[in-house]
Design a protein around this ligand. Structure first.
Ligand code: HPA
Length: 270
């Protein structure tokens, strides 16, 4: 089966549930708490969706959960494939194209990230308003036609951002806003790299999301991005970075993140 066939088969499998999600949410580290708030949930393992990746990072379930949040039909992706796992920048291509095929017009991308701004503390949330693709990797190699020259202005939809801010404020959840810098990982940054990113104007750094944003914009989907800041960038403070430390803060912020999504998702005008 080639990718096109896998996308068609995956879209058929999702359509067979009778659900028609208008928004998909890719759940990064710490963001999975929202899964418990889904009403009338139907789970489809990624293994049954040929266009979806097999996952290897522990703690990622690898399930598509269809259901409703605050009356809104959603598709939650419990787990994602990172470029650092295989080096494949197009690892999420089948997922994003399947979402487009089922008529899901918006994707909310969530992640865990390091904060580059001392005023944005670990355990807080940041709306992504733009990104830096310093890696200069793309999931669009091999794509035909002029559509590949994707306009990346306002890639993170300004209207959705305004609605997200309003919804978070109404729910009493602080939401920072800033630029997300993508580095490949899986190693954390050096202190010199963190200083470089700060000089370049980024507020957060992470190892995901950017390839998915590019894929989504190429597929014509609107994008909203949210970062959970799990730590200060390496060298900014005395703390020693580790994956365990990141997961610890992510766990402690799980409830806030779920509340934010519960407020934001139904409030978006799709
Ligand atoms: N750097 C890169 N990715 C991350 C970080 C970080 O400090 N924290 C969580 N994801």
């Amino acid at each position: 089966m080639n990718l096109e066939q896998a996308i068609t088969a995956s879209a058929d499998r999702i359509r067979a549930t009778g659900r028609t999600p208008a928004i998909a949410v890719v759940l990064g580290s710490g963001w999975d708490g929202i899964s418990e708030a889904v009403e009338q949930a139907i789970d489809i393992p990624f293994a049954e969706l040929g266009a979806f990746p097999a996952l290897s990072v522990a703690g990622h379930a690898g399930t598509l959960r269809l259901g409703a949040i605050g009356g809104r039909e959603v598709a939650l992706l419990r787990g994602r494939k990172h470029v650092y796992e295989t080096g494949d920048a197009a690892a999420m291509k089948g997922v994003i194209r399947t979402l487009a095929a089922i008529g899901c017009g918006t994707v909310l991308l969530t992640n865990a990230a390091g904060s580059l701004d001392s005023a944005m503390r670990p355990g807080s949330l940041m709306l992504i308003n733009d990104h830096l693709n310093l890696v200069q990797r793309t999931p669009l190699h091999g794509e035909p036609g002029n559509e590949r020259f994707v306009n990346m202005a306002d890639a993170y939809d300004p209207a959705l951002r305004a609605q997200a801010h309003a919804a978070a404020a109404a729910a009493g959840i602080a939401l920072h806003e800033g630029i997300y810098a993508w580095l490949l990982g899986p190693q954390f940054e050096t202190p010199a790299e963190i200083r470089m990113l700060q000089r370049l104007g980024a507020q957060a750094v992470g190892m995901s999301t950017v390839p998915e944003t590019i894929l989504a914009r190429h597929a014509g989907l609107r994008v909203l991005g949210l970062s959970m800041l799990t730590n200060m960038g390496c060298g900014m403070e005395a703390e020693v970075l580790s994956h365990a430390h990141t997961l610890h803060t992510a766990e402690a912020t799980r409830e806030t993140a779920a509340r934010a999504l519960q407020a934001i998702i139904p409030a978006l005008v799709l």
